[in-house]
Design a binder for this molecule. Structure first.
Ligand code: CUA
Length: 295
């Protein structure tokens, strides 16, 4: 980039100075001034062809080298299958069976190769981590690939950068980069965690963050894209069709699996209609129990 910028700047400067100089030197001085017949100058024409050709070939060779490096992950890369859907992400770690929802955890200083596909049969998504300079589309019927190596630990935001529908703006999350020993500890913990053994409300709490509910539903009474979960249970809900209903367990389950059937007054009708497929029966019951505890 610097090379291209500096070369362009020098050329711009040269051309501009030449234009100004020629405008003054060859300006028309009187009505008798006529332009002599000029055909060509071989030496000049060869020079202004060959010098840019060399410059462009340098840019091409340099860029091609970096492009090949950018597209070719090292053979020992850590592999993650990335699946996108309307509207969320699953990250499955290829070698140890961990599946993360809307969050990717990787070790620092390790090449990570992403094998990516869209689960929707007619919608593209695009995985974009600005701080990694990494962007790649996900398609329904073929794999795409990308790789990166994070150079320091931290949390880095990713976005979906292909406009894919009403929930497009909710398709963001974090790449969690950990020191190798923290990552190993995290992996042990993930593998040991037996979700079936968790009490329902605790399971619900973990689903609340992993399935992305927290993006739209607060726990402290503040209004986000959707109503807060605090005090939701057994409160009276008012819907856009003019009906009302008490938020009992039946209502909570229906609002999770078919959110567009009844829409709360004052909120947009844009909760994705996916949780019947992406959450298990037990996870949905867990969420209901979790909400019930938020008096
Ligand atoms: Cu998925 Cu935008």
């Amino acid at each position: 980039m610097y090379f291209i910028n500096i070369v362009s700047f020098i050329l711009l400067l040269g051309v501009t100075i030449a234009i100004i100089y020629f405008s003054i030197k060859y300006r028309r001085r009187s009505n008798e001034d006529t332009t002599p017949l000029i055909t060509h100058n071989t030496a000049l024409e060869v020079t202004w062809t060959v010098i840019p050709l060399i410059l462009i070939l340098v840019v091409f060779g340099w860029g091609f080298n970096d492009f090949v490096e950018m597209r070719t992950p090292p053979a020992d890369a850590y592999e993650v299958y990335v699946e996108s859907y309307s509207f969320g992400w699953n990250f499955e770690h290829a070698n140890n069976g961990i599946i993360e929802a809307n969050m990717l955890t990787v070790p620092v200083a390790t090449p990570v190769r992403l094998i990516m596909r869209s689960r929707d049969n007619d919608v593209l998504h695009s995985f974009f981590v600005p701080q990694f300079r990494l962007k790649q589309d996900l398609m329904p019927n073929r794999n795409t690939y990308a790789w990166f190596e994070a150079i320091r630990p931290g949390q880095f935001v990713y976005f979906c950068t292909e406009f894919c529908g009403t929930g497009h703006s909710m398709m963001n999350g974090h790449v969690n980069v950990m020191e190798q020993e923290d990552f190993d500890a995290w992996r042990e913990e993930e593998l040991d965690r037996d979700l079936d053994a968790l009490p329902l409300a605790e399971l619900g709490q973990s689903v609340y963050s992993s399935a992305g509910c927290q993006g739209c539903h607060s726990l402290d009474g503040t209004s986000r894209v959707g109503p807060t979960f605090q005090g939701l249970y057994m409160s009276e809900r008012e819907f856009t069709d003019g009906t009302t209903r008490i938020a009992d367990e039946d209502y909570l389950v229906e609002a999770i699996i078919d959110p567009q059937a009844q829409v709360n007054v004052g909120y947009p009708n844009n909760m994705p209609n996916i949780y019947e497929q992406t959450l298990s029966e037990r996870e949905i019951m867990g969420l209901v129990e979790f909400i019930k505890e938020l008096e």
